[in-house]
Design a protein around this ligand. Structure first.
Ligand SMILES: C[S@@+](CC[C@H](N)C(=O)[O-])C[C@H]1O[C@@H](n2cnc3c(N)ncnc32)[C@H](O)[C@@H]1O
Length: 256
């Protein structure tokens, strides 16, 4: 089992699902951080460009890296459509082995739980080392852990979303989920079935995605072990302080 598995299959549904869940609530936070970085920005796991494109539009000089070609294909279309291809570069790669020269970036951002796709301790350690090297001295590493993943109730084949993709009369989509928690290993697996109905035609696409969630104090310790200085723990997207009940988990750290 690998944390990067499932994303190619998820790609056609990712934006549809996100429009109904997180939406763009976190985008102003990352935009403000990137605009204050004072240099080039690296986004880990840029996906379909949900954050990448608004940052490019705001004038940020940005590189997005992602392992899924299907997610990247969508991001590339968006980048072209928004005409930010002069400022935004998208690269297929793995965040555990970043292909950049040392000290290239002023900010490395890991939004929306990308580090939760690292299912083993050694994958997280390799990624933190790679981010440390990619940052210039004084550069900032910002990450968000999706707080509610470990508290999802286990369930079997529950309908968790349904609605139209594009307008009524287009394709009707139903998401049926099975959720499994492995508390000992801190793993949460979502077995997803996306059922599409278009007129009388019906197709079902199944895949699984797994996340590993460390607590905020645990992640802060991993960052310190990798050489970072933790500068802030945030509990909302306006910069408010984190506490164990916060529903947003953001950590900012600095390469000394
Ligand atoms: C939750 S999505 C985030 C996408 C985007 N940043 C957003 O906020 O909408 C996670 C992305 O990380 C990518 N990913 C997962 N593991 C990866 C790895 N080891 N290396 C590179 N990308 C990875 C997936 O392909 C997926 O596109």
């Amino acid at each position: 089992m690998e944390g990067h598995e499932g994303w190619d299959e998820y790609a056609p549904f990712y934006d549809w699902e996100n429009a109904r869940t997180l939406g763009r609530r976190d985008v102003p936070f990352w935009k403000s951080l990137a605009l204050h970085a004072g240099g080039p920005v690296l986004e880990l796991g840029c996906g379909t460009g949900r954050i990448t494109v608004p940052l490019g539009r705001a004038g940020v000089d940005l590189v997005g890296v992602d392992r899924s070609s299907a997610m990247l294909r969508r991001a590339r279309q968006r980048v072209r459509r928004a005409r930010v291809d002069g400022r935004v570069r998208l690269i297929r790669g793995d965040i555990r082995q970043l292909p950049f020269r040392r000290g290239r970036f002023a900010l490395v951002m890991a939004p929306y739980g990308i580090l939760q796709s690292l299912l083993r301790e050694r994958d997280l350690a390799a990624t933190l080392d790679a981010c440390f090297r990619a940052l210039e001295p004084g550069g900032v590493f910002g990450l968000e852990l999706v707080a509610d993943v470990p508290s999802w109730k286990e369930c079997r084949r529950r309908v968790s979303l349904r609605g139209w993709r594009r307008r009524p009369g287009g394709t009707h989509v139903t998401l049926v989920e099975t959720v499994r928690q492995n508390r000992a290993r801190r793993l949460t697996t979502f077995d997803q079935a996306f059922i599409e109905r278009h007129g009388r035609r019906r197709t079902t696409r199944r895949f699984a995605i797994t996340f590993r969630t460390l607590s905020v104090p645990q992640m802060a310790r991993r960052l310190e072990k990798a050489g970072f200085e933790v500068s802030a723990l945030l509990g909302d997207y306006r910069g408010g302080p984190w506490d164990p009940r916060a529903d947003v988990w953001v950590i900012l750290a600095r390469r000394p």
